[in-house]
Design a protein around this ligand. Structure first.
Ligand SMILES: Cc1ncc(COP(=O)(O)O)c(C=O)c1O
Length: 430
């Protein structure tokens, strides 16, 4: 897709999965495109480029048109719980214990509240790194100890280092699990989750299980397994965090839920002053309910089909041009994120900074993902196939230009050393 000068707000097709008008994208007020210079293609923050689902827009329009933006009835939490529980049963064959769902503003808020309640300064929080940046940041900024077990490249994909996790767990109070995993897109198999479950039980850990990307499964084997569905014993130690904000592209709405299986934390939450935590506004709840509907899920199905196709485009690039340019990675099993290793290309610790300058594409810098981040960058591929191809070809072209320039430099250096005035001259090392 060619870049064009911006001379108006542009238009958008209703869903935009296959084609997106760049003028419209650049006119959007959100952070993703709003922070990109006019010649830069942004593929960083985890927002999709597609317009929000039609059923969500309809629900929001209806709410606005009803003229009633007053205090909502307080049965909304029960309705969210009903829809959420039905969703867990239908999609993941899990029947969560009823009466334990709480509504919050967003997931980061929940992680911070639970960290605050479940741990004291100096206590250890175990997570796998590289990690979604706000989480290591939360742990450190709250004075807790970050215990980071690595996610490593085992030659076939990203692998969670369970041995190190088991060692670190002895010093931890909480396991902060992100599954499917941001940034690698790994979806842990039941066997891996059971191994983690053993660690949790052995070390008496509380589990915060962030499953926000659960509905964005792109490839087998298997499907998402909620951590709390593994056993009743684990369910009673686990808070399951979930929202429509990634699956239905509602990052700015502010509505998330936590199923609080741990009775101690549930009691602590109940003891807090009733308005201390805040929650979701009436529009955010309407948007979430519209997402968790038959129409919302029909949209999700079409969205996942687009993401699967984009994943194939990315996979072909990684196996071909990407590999030839020194970029290494694996197409993810879930999420629309890809964790790219630029170390073979020799771009230093912060390839995203180089790519922004030289390729005019904006990826997320690996440096903010904690241990395991230097030399990497995260690519968001929830865009049109045309824009994705353009992003990838800009990366390959910039890296090819760099390789050419460094070969030319090396050959000039060689020429100088082996040049006519030098060869055979006594005292010169040729
Ligand atoms: C793994 C993960 N957890 C949480 C969030 C943030 O969710 P929220 O906006 O509901 O806080 C994101 C956003 O990208 C995410 O990828």
């Amino acid at each position: 897709m060619a870049l064009s000068a911006i001379d108006g707000p542009g238009t958008w097709a209703d869903e935009g999965f296959d084609d997106l008008d760049e003028k419209w994208l650049r006119s959007k007020p959100g952070i993703k495109w709003g922070l990109a210079a006019p010649d830069v293609l942004p593929c960083w923050v985890a927002d999709m480029d597609y317009p929000a689902p039609r059923p969500v827009r309809d629900a929001l329009s209806q709410l606005a048109e009803s003229g009633d933006l007053g205090y909502p009835r307080n049965d909304r939490a029960a309705l969210l719980e009903e829809k959420w529980a039905a969703r867990m049963a239908q999609r993941y064959a899990w029947s969560p214990a009823p009466g334990h769902l709480r509504v919050f503003f967003d997931l980061i808020q929940i992680v911070q509240i639970v960290t605050h309640l479940a741990t004291s300064p100096g206590d250890g929080v175990l997570l796998f790194a590289p990690a979604y940046p706000p989480f290591p940041h939360t742990v450190e900024s709250m004075g807790r100890r970050l215990l980071a077990a690595p996610v490593v490249d085992d030659g076939t994909g990203w692998s969670f280092d369970m041995e190190t996790a088991a060692d670190l767990a002895a010093q931890a109070k909480v396991l902060l699990l992100v599954n499917p995993h941001n940034p690698t897109g790994r979806r842990l198999a039941r066997t891996e989750l059971l191994a983690l479950g053993d660690i949790v039980l052995r070390h008496n850990l509380i589990v915060i299980s962030d499953e926000i990307h659960a509905d964005l499964g792109l490839a087998g084997p298997g499907d998402h397994v909620p951590f709390a569905s593994l056993s009743e014993e684990l369910a009673q130690r686990t808070l399951t965090l979930y929202s429509a904000s990634k699956s239905h592209n509602l990052g700015g709405m502010g509505c998330a839920v936590a199923h609080v299986g741990h009775t101690g934390i549930e009691r602590q939450l109940a003891d807090l002053p009733s308005h201390l935590l805040g929650g979701a506004g009436v529009a955010a709840v309407a948007a979430t309910l519209a997402s968790w509907s038959a129409e919302g899920d029909a949209w999700l199905e079409r969205c996942v089909a687009r993401l699967q196709d984009n994943r194939r485009i990315l996979g072909d690039w990684l196996a071909g041009e990407g590999a030839a340019s020194g970029v290494h990675g694996y197409p993810p099993e879930a999420t629309y994120l890809s964790w790219l290793d630029f170390r073979p290309a020799g771009l230093g610790d912060d390839p995203a900074a180089w790519l922004l300058e030289e390729a005019r594409v904006m990826l997320s810098s690996g440096l903010s993902f904690g241990p395991g981040g230097p030399g990497f960058a995260r690519l968001n591929f929830a865009t049109s196939p045309g824009l994705l191809r353009e992003i990838l070809s800009r990366i390959s072209a910039a890296l090819a230009g760099r390789a050419l320039a460094s070969r030319a430099l090396a050959s000039r250096a060689l020429d100088r050393r082996a040049g006519p005035g030098v060869a055979g001259v006594a005292g010169v090392d040729a």
